[in-house]
Write a new protein. Structure first.
Length: 555
């Protein structure tokens, strides 16, 4: 009986090989190659193979205000567009938004409402849920399993909640745009140390020091121009999760807006409605009244605030590690006397504050239902990870070039491992200490070279020095991470039903009410009324749904 089965299996294999040779190679196999047993069993594919003939892909693109292109290049003509073409992907953007992500998502909402969406696009969590429920997206479960290279899968193994947040009823509908959030959005306190020296002030070590420094930067003419035209703390209209936001300021009070954290009973509670927020808002109101905040912050976006920083009007910034690259570097280039240094945020209760880190993926890459090549999105993700961090990496061509231009931002699909920035900073710090860059990957070596160049007088790399250097923001965050003083969002599931329906409106209400409280248009005592309204308008139901998910994770 066993001999009969063996003969049968051999017969099937011979037929498979014969048919394969007659038909030539498949789209994902080298020509004239006999398939292995594993190929026959698993139907493996080449995840980086180019398309022949080429395929056409339409997309929408969001780029931030700080993005610049090398001379002769543009959104439709750059290194990544050329690289996609080498893969056989003719990428064309239906439209591009250069500004804030809010502007991008607003335009995308119009496209979704019209039913005219591109083949591949970036969406937020609410849009993801809406599109899934409207059956407008391709199921990526199988193409992810078959096409994602190990390096891409490793990213999601490090951050399993990211994939989980894009999964509905067991089906994967998006590739999360993972970021090393500890470097991307976790706040540190940036201080104009040259102003401290001018006013004979110490580096703020306590929260009272921070408040005193803010007041001094506002009323003691730190730029010595004879005018009271400076203010203590930078803030934009996106006071939560924007740039620059008040997240770090709130964290000093033990308040964690717009993330879910566990209470003493192990249940998830929403940070924006906790009592600590009320105390922090009361302090911001006092600072606004005394002129320590821009009196028009409520109508200014990140670009407007950046202009104030570049023009020597602000002395304290609660912001991410990359703030040194923009706008602080531009401030230094305009005024060589300007000096910014990163520090941990002091807590109102003494010591260093525990700072917040959002979920590793806030945004998602999706594929329109009916697109014939949904695997193209996965292949583009593979290409990004390979060309920046893989064996064939060309970091200076596709990451950050020798002039400091972030070419990686030209890519349509990007992602990074959660600990990438921490590893880079530590490895570079070790290499600088030992004056030996051997063993650094291409990205780390590029950072090493730029810091050396800054030491030799190149101000184009001031930002690199104080983001990734031995005294940079990433080393500040590394110490906080090691001390257990970084808190991440406790909810990692897909948007719940009520989130999809009501979260956007709740977030808008939150921003409007908090802004009016800081302006003094609504008394701080109304915070409790806001909490009641938040619960009544959907927050209570969302909390129940979130904790149902939380309970399922304990099983």
């Amino acid at each position: 009986m066993k001999r009969t089965k063996s003969i049968f299996f051999m017969f099937v294999c011979l037929i498979f090989i014969f048919v394969y040779l007659l038909s030539g190679c498949s789209e994902d196999s080298p020509k004239n190659a006999i398939p292995s047993y594993e190929t026959m069993q698993k139907a493996t594919v080449n995840p980086l193979r180019e398309y022949d003939p080429p395929i056409d892909v339409t997309a929408a693109k969001f780029i931030t205000q700080d993005v610049v292109y090398p001379e002769g290049q543009s959104e439709q003509n750059n290194a990544w567009i050329s690289l996609y073409k080498e893969m056989g992907i003719n990428l064309k953007y239906d439209w591009v938004v250069k500004g804030t992500d809010a502007q991008y998502f607003q335009k995308l909402n119009l496209s979704i409402a019209s039913g005219e969406i591109p083949d591949i696009m970036m969406v937020n969590s609410s849009q993801l849920k809406l599109l899934v429920e409207a059956d407008m997206l391709e199921d990526l479960t199988n193409v992810y399993d078959r096409y994602a290279i190990p390096a891409v899968k490793n990213i999601f193994e490090q951050d399993p909640m990211a994939l989980q947040s894009a999964t509905f009823d067991g089906k994967l509908f998006a590739l999360p745009k993972t970021e090393p959030m500890i470097g991307a959005q976790t706040p540190v306190m940036w201080v104009r140390t040259d102003w401290l020296k001018t006013l004979n002030l110490p580096v703020p070590a306590t929260w009272d020091d921070v408040l005193n420094t803010s007041k001094a930067f506002t009323i003691q003419d730190p730029d010595r121009n004879g005018k009271q035209d400076t203010f203590g703390v930078a803030l934009s209209k996106e006071i939560i999760n924007g740039y620059p936001s008040a997240n770090g300021f709130f964290n000093a009070y033990g308040a964690y807006p717009r993330i879910w954290k566990k209470d003493d009973a192990g249940n998830l509670v929403y940070g924006s409605i906790q009592p600590e927020m009320k105390e922090a808002l009361a302090q911001l109101k006092k600072m606004y009244k005394s002129g320590e905040l821009d009196q028009e912050f409520g109508i200014k976006d990140g670009s407007n605030v950046a202009e104030s920083i570049i023009n020597d009007r602000v002395g304290l910034l609660f912001g991410p590690s990359w703030a040194s690259q923009w706008p602080l570097q531009d401030n230094k280039k305009k005024n060589n006397k300007a000096e910014w240094r990163p520090y941990p945020i002091p807590s109102v209760n003494g010591g260093e504050a525990t700072v917040q880190m959002p979920l590793g993926a806030n945004f998602y890459f999706v594929v329109k239902k009916g697109f014939k090549h949904p695997e193209a999105a996965v292949k583009m993700a593979n290409l990004f990870v390979e060309k920046l961090y893989g064996p064939s990496a060309e970091y200076l061509k596709y990451g950050v070039d020798s002039k400091g231009i972030t070419v990686a931002k030209f890519a349509l699909i990007d992602m990074a491992a959660p600990d990438k920035d921490l590893k880079r900073a530590q490895n570079v710090a070790d290499a600088l200490k030992n004056t030996n860059p051997t063993g650094l990957n291409p990205e780390e070596k590029s950072t090493f070279d730029k810091i050396i160049a800054f030491g030799q007088g190149d101000l184009n790399f001031y930002g690199e020095m104080y983001q990734n250097g031995p005294e940079g923001a990433m080393m500040v965050l590394q110490k906080l991470w090691d001390a257990g003083k970084v808190i991440s969002d406790g909810y990692g599931g897909a948007p719940t039903d009520t989130m999809g329906e009501k979260k956007a409106a709740l977030d808008k209400m939150e921003t409007e009410i908090f802004t009016k409280m800081i302006y003094g248009e609504i008394p701080i005592s109304q915070f409790d009324k806001y909490v009641e309204d938040w619960n009544m308008l959907g927050g209570e139901q969302i909390t129940q749904e979130v904790n149902k998910w939380n309970a399922s994770q304990k099983k």
